[in-house]
Ligand binder design. Structure first.
Ligand SMILES: NC(=O)c1ccc[n+]([C@@H]2O[C@H](COP(=O)([O-])OP(=O)(O)OC[C@H]3O[C@@H](n4cnc5c(N)ncnc54)[C@H](OP(=O)(O)O)[C@@H]3O)[C@@H](O)[C@H]2O)c1
Length: 266
């Protein structure tokens, strides 16, 4: 039996995950909620959520935390998990680089799987992107990324799009900070510089999640697109991640490690 505590439980993604695991015989899910009602905007709210996590822990001594919440909240849950050596699967996105360092520091004594995208197919798209970037010459092939999400998504660009850009930058030997351009073309901009990776973020309605990376060459182009029609691929991937991470040694892993795609091909 795998016992899972779910943080961010009142949110969209955690809600879908809780519903998904409710139908699986050898898994028990526990939604972590504030121990007493608190105004979500008040400074006491995080303390109430942590007290809620304590309560679930006292009742169930769960094996793993699956977190789809908010960066500051994830950091607080990580401190809690490190103190009790409880593995974590973190799907929350929107961390700053400093927060990612802090997270890795806090969780160095427990196994943690951190991925901005838990879908099997999106992870394959990252791998395909790495391979395409290795083969296609940077002097001839421009890279553009388009991501689309629902109107309530808090961060832009999406962390999944940023990971696509990061893969291209690494393979081309560019600094991501120098090469990245985000939604900033307007007016007489002239020719596109060679050293540029552009991301356009579209927000609207109930769009779930779509990412395209376009390799635009001379007389031909290649496009890799991943589309989610529902949140269930992320729920499926998260359960797979939870089953896997509880068997790992302490360290920071991502879905590419789980899938055995971290080192294959190029
Ligand atoms: N990795 C993946 O595959 C994947 C897939 C989908 C979504 N995500 C990410 O998962 C996260 C949650 O997405 P979502 O669509 O479920 O968001 P959401 O509906 O806004 O839910 C976020 C939840 O986080 C909790 N929270 C804690 N502190 C918060 C704060 N200061 N402000 C706001 N919320 C706070 C709240 O739950 P409680 O009050 O119950 O604590 C809230 O309901 C996002 O970062 C999203 O990008 C990742």
């Amino acid at each position: 039996m795998l016992q899972v505590a779910v943080t961010g439980a009142s949110g969209r993604m955690a809600g879908v995950f809780i519903e998904f695991i409710a139908g699986i015989e050898d898994v028990r899910g526990y939604a972590v909620t504030a121990s007493s009602p608190a105004d979500p905007a008040a400074s006491t709210a995080m303390a109430e959520r942590l007290a809620g996590l304590d309560l679930v822990w006292q009742q169930h001594q769960f094996d793993v935390i699956v977190d789809f919440s908010f960066p500051e909240a994830t950091l607080a849950y990580a401190v809690w998990a490190a103190a009790r050596k409880v593995p974590m699967v973190i799907g929350t996105t929107g961390f700053t680089l400093a927060q990612l360092d802090q997270l890795a520091d806090t969780l160095q004594s427990v196994p943690v799987l951190l991925s901005p995208n838990m879908s099997l197919m999106m992870n394959l798209a990252w791998r395909m992107t790495a391979n395409a970037t290795t083969v296609l010459p940077k002097e001839m092939v421009d890279v553009e990324i388009v991501e689309k999400h629902h109107r309530d998504k808090r961060n832009a660009p999406s962390s999944t799009a940023l990971k696509l850009a990061q893969i291209v930058a690494e393979k081309r030997g560019w600094s991501l900070a120098e090469a990245l351009r985000h939604n900033a073309r307007w007016g007489m901009i002239g020719s596109r510089p060679e050293k540029e990776i552009a991301i356009a973020s579209v927000r609207g309605g109930s769009l779930i999640s779509e990412h395209s990376i376009i390799f635009a060459g001379s007389g031909e182009s290649l496009e890799i697109t991943h589309r989610s029609q529902s949140l269930s691929p992320f729920a499926r991937g998260s359960l797979r991640a939870a089953r896997w991470i509880v068997k790992q040694n302490p360290g920071v892993y991502d879905m590419l490690d789980l899938l055995g795609l971290a080192e294959v091909l190029y």
